[in-house]
Ligand binder design. Structure first.
Ligand code: NAP
Length: 245
């Protein structure tokens, strides 16, 4: 049985509401919910809590996270599309002896997929004949393109590859580029696939989320895990400590 946590929620959209439902069902309490109409404006405006969970928008994430770290409360975020400033937040967290975790995808299943993607990329790097490509599909309201998860998957492949140096949304790419096809349609919760194709065969791995519950459940489980830790963490830390042991 986990300790009941006092949670501050930043963002009360699709994810914020799903997180609230799961957190309440696991015995946690919401001490404050910040929305776009009543956002956090200073560290002092954030009430005492065990954890802040931030799921807002690319343009508001940095400010929310800066205020959160300055408030001294551990914070986790799933907001995507603001990664160019991630390093600044991680430095601030280290300076303030805080607790921070960003994940582009809190789904436990996707984090298993991340491990498989890295292993497959490592194996495929030894074979010269395959061209790698990716596809991601999401609902039409999704703001960023490609998805943060697709960027994470692409970066994992780039890190393992001696040939591929960057990803691209363009067709007709060079063989040092990893093409990502982006589709926005309907209410797709999240679909990602990676394909390695040669003249003789094809290897394809894919992950499809059926609901937002998986992301919300993962965020609450990570919140329960991180509350008594100090430092900057990644989902890999959770996967390696909790799933691989
Ligand atoms: N990491 C993951 O596992 C994961 C999973 C799903 C989604 N995401 C990402 O999480 C983010 C949120 O997704 P969503 O589906 O919940 O989007 P959403 O339904 O659009 O919700 C975002 C909410 O944040 C609110 N907001 C905007 N500025 C705010 C501020 N300064 N303070 C507090 N709230 C503020 C918005 O209010 P208004 O509508 O009034 O502006 C909206 O209600 C997106 O970046 C998405 O890509 C991540």
């Amino acid at each position: 049985m986990n300790k009941s946590l006092k949670i501050v929620l930043m963002g009360y959209g699709k994810m914020g509401k799903a997180i609230e439902n799961i957190a309440l069902s696991r015995g946690h309490k919401m001490v404050q919910v910040f929305s776009s109409k009543s956002p956090a404006t200073s560290p002092d405006a954030i009430p005492a809590a065990d954890i802040i969970i931030e799921f807002t928008r690319p343009e508001t994430a940095y400010k929310n996270l800066e205020l959160s770290i300055k408030s001294g409360t551990p914070v986790i975020t799933g907001t995507t599309g603001w990664l160019e400033r991630l390093n600044e937040i991680e430095i601030l967290c280290a300076e303030r002896d805080g607790t921070f975790l960003y994940s582009s995808n809190f789904s436990i299943g996707m984090n298993v997929f991340f491990e498989i993607n890295q292993l497959l990329a490592r194996l495929m790097n030894k074979t010269g004949d395959y061209r790698a490509s990716m596809e991601e599909r999401h609902h039409i309201q999704k703001k960023d393109k490609p998805s943060g998860t697709a960027v994470t998957l692409a970066q994992q492949i780039i890190n393992e590859s001696s040939r591929i140096s960057n990803w691209t949304l363009e067709q007709g790419q060079t063989n040092t580029e990893l093409p990502i096809k982006v589709v926005r349609e309907g209410d797709i919760k999240g679909f990602h696939s990676i394909e390695y194709r040669s003249d003789i065969d094809r290897i394809r791995i894919e992950h499809e989320a059926f609901s937002r519950e998986g992301f919300a459940m993962g965020a609450v489980m990570v919140a329960e895990w991180i509350v008594n830790k100090k430092g900057v963490f990644r989902m890999e830390d959770y996967v390696r400590e909790v799933l691989l042991h």
